[in-house]
Design a protein around this ligand. Sequence first.
Ligand SMILES: [Zn+2]
Ligand SMILES: [Zn+2]
Length: 246
Amino acid sequence: MATFVTRAQWGARAPEGTNSNITPEQGGVVIHHIDAVKVARANHADCAAQVRGIQSYHMDSNGWADVAYSHLACVHGYLFQGRGEYVRTAAQGTTQGNDDWYAICALTGGTASAYDVISAQLIDAIRYGVNRLRVSGGAGPAITGHRDHHATECPGNLYSRVLKGEVNPGGGPLPYPGVNFRQSPPTVHASVATWQYRMNSAHGYSLTVDGQYGAGSDAACRSFQSGKGLSVDGVVGPATWATTFA
Ligand SMILES: [Zn+2]
Ligand SMILES: [Zn+2]
């Protein structure tokens, strides 16, 4: 069971303002990691100082009102309170991402040649945070990686865990995001990018991963539905989503 660390407990600075004008029921939670270098601390005693450093960087160097994220999770199984529930984040790199989605950042990093190890305790802390943002913050059911919103490698080696639904509070598979994808008018939603990536990586398609459900996505969906014995309507609803992520 993860342990929650309040802002007072980690020594947070007061925010320079908060914006509560958000619609998190239309999105959900975005998973991040920190950087293209390994950052996980060996000893948990060093994690609070790391979070304070991230907050100071975001406020003093980026000019943001507070640490960018809703919460931050460490490899030792602790969830550090960030901006919290019902506060707009600065983490996603798009206006819609910050309007509709909360952000949980893992205190891990690296590149394909050398990533921090994803511990079971980290997964547990992220699940705790997703549940908290749903129950206390009205987050929608969707879970995405940062790369589904914006051109970035983030969240690195956590992305495959996202696709498996491991960071969902109840475990996998990745939950249906609550939005049907259809071509007319084209659905624009970060979970479309998650689906496009999965269609390519697990089912052999070659879709552009752009979060927009256009003609190529519709055609791939119909082909996939036909091959899986689903009703062929070109719409990604709960059954097609579940089959894609099974
Ligand atoms: Zn990120
Ligand atoms: Zn820690």
